[in-house]
Ligand binder design. Structure first.
Ligand SMILES: Cc1ncc(COP(=O)(O)O)c(C=O)c1O
Length: 397
């Protein structure tokens, strides 16, 4: 099927759709004004692929939206997608559906660790992952990523020290890593795996951004490294970021080890099943089966948006930097050279650039001085945001 790349240039008004970032009530409540461009959430302002819209309309026309069976087509399309796109072979029993990646992650924390167990995360990190650790009364162990030549890397000496200092029950990988935009290499994943396997540490990988990798970078599923890695890991995926379907609430938990799966189902059965909505099920089947080329066009467009921002900063000699990006629909900006205390930058951008960003301090640890912006916008909006940042920075000097 042919898709039109110009689709991504289209401005769609979302202000009256209860969007969590565009709704005027949200802006008033948080900032007492409605003239802001919300670059904060890791979701996009693009209409989702036309075949998904058509399939949802068709199902909506039926008028009854009762409990829905998750049939073999659902699993078949997931299996095909991950085999063809990410070179990993899942079988149907490896896949457990869920309503969200964070819901699934919280279940992993709940089912596979006990209060006071240590859970390790590399920071800065998407906050709901560390919040889950704290809310379940587990110990949060953080190891800071190191910024070297504009790119974040894992300091394996620090990581080893963390493993030597205390028993680590669970290592949470975020791959691609939100917010720093790294896509972990096979070598890095093997090094993580060596530590986890030798210390009897289970690995959970949040791979929600796995399809949104930049050109020349490839997502490698942790479980694809070796059978040992597969047997010691749980991967959580979703098509919601790839096709801009976050409101449909679908995710999948991939557990190849039958013993781990048994633990999961024993507990899940005692609670209740987490089936996606009827529209989520349909959207997944259509998106994975028909919309791969749309996702390819999208990743190109995101790369171009990132490059546009980078060129803009260089061409206008702005006192900010854009961190090297390998994946995710976001960009991580370094504002540390701007002559303002780190804690004032976010509000400065709201007031002077009329832009909502996510302040680096949100990301659990060592994100101070940075701001995260979504790059899932039509190019004209990206340009407008950069112009506004430029004007705001000029006002400082
Ligand atoms: C790394 C990461 N994990 C999970 C989520 C949220 O996933 P869900 O809405 O399926 O809970 C996000 C959303 O931005 C994310 O960036």
């Amino acid at each position: 099927m042919e898709f039109d790349p110009k689709q991504f240039d289209k401005i769609v008004d979302r202000t009256q759709t209860w969007s969590v970032k565009w709704d005027p009530d949200y802006m008033i409540e948080r900032y007492n004004r409605t003239d802001l461009l919300p670059f904060n959430h890791a979701e996009m302002d693009f209409e989702c692929p036309p075949p998904v819209i058509e399939a949802i309309k068709e199902r909506a026309n039926h008028g009854i939206y009762g409990y829905t069976l998750v049939k073999s087509e659902y699993y078949d399309e997931i299996i095909k997608w991950f085999r063809s796109r990410h070179n990993i072979k899942y079988s149907r029993e490896d896949i457990i559906y869920s309503t969200g990646v964070i819901t699934a992650y919280r279940q992993v924390v709940d089912f596979f660790t006990k209060p006071n167990d240590n859970i390790l995360l590399l920071t800065p990190i998407y906050k709901p992952l560390s919040l889950a650790v704290k809310e379940y009364q587990r110990n949060l162990i953080t190891v800071p990523l190191t910024l070297e030549n504009n790119k974040y890397i894992i300091d394996f000496d620090l990581l080893e020290k963390a493993f030597e200092t205390q028993p680590i029950k669970l290592f949470s990988i975020c791959n691609p890593h939100n917010p720093v935009g790294r896509v972990w290499t096979e070598k890095e994943l093997k090094q993580i795996g060596d530590l986890c396997l030798s210390h009897n540490t289970l690995v959970v990988s949040d791979a929600i951004h796995c399809d949104l990798t930049a050109k020349n970078y490839k997502y490698i599923p942790y479980a694809s490294i070796s059978n040992e890695h597969a047997m010691n890991s749980i991967i959580i995926t979703s098509m919601t970021k790839t096709f801009n379907l976050s409101g449909l609430k679908v995710a999948n938990i991939h557990i190849q080890n039958p013993e781990l799966r048994k633990v999961f189902f024993n507990i899940l059965d005692k609670k209740f099943a987490y089936a996606p909505s009827v529209f989520g099920i349909i959207a997944l089947i259509i998106a994975y089966s028909k919309c791969g080329p749309w996702a390819d066009l999208l990743t190109d467009y995101l790369d171009e948006n990132y490059q546009f921002m980078k060129d803009f900063i260089e061409n206008h000699n702005l006192d900010i930097d854009l961190i090297h990006r390998e994946g995710t629909p976001t960009a991580w900006f370094d504002f540390r050279r701007v002559p303002l205390p780190y804690e004032k930058v976010h509000l400065f951008l709201v007031q002077k650039a009329r832009l909502i960003t996510v302040d680096g301090s949100y990301y659990t640890a060592n994100g101070e001085g940075f701001q995260r912006l979504s790059i899932g916008f039509p190019r004209s909006r990206i340009q407008l945001a950069m112009e506004r940042i430029k004007t705001a920075l000029l006002g400082l000097s």
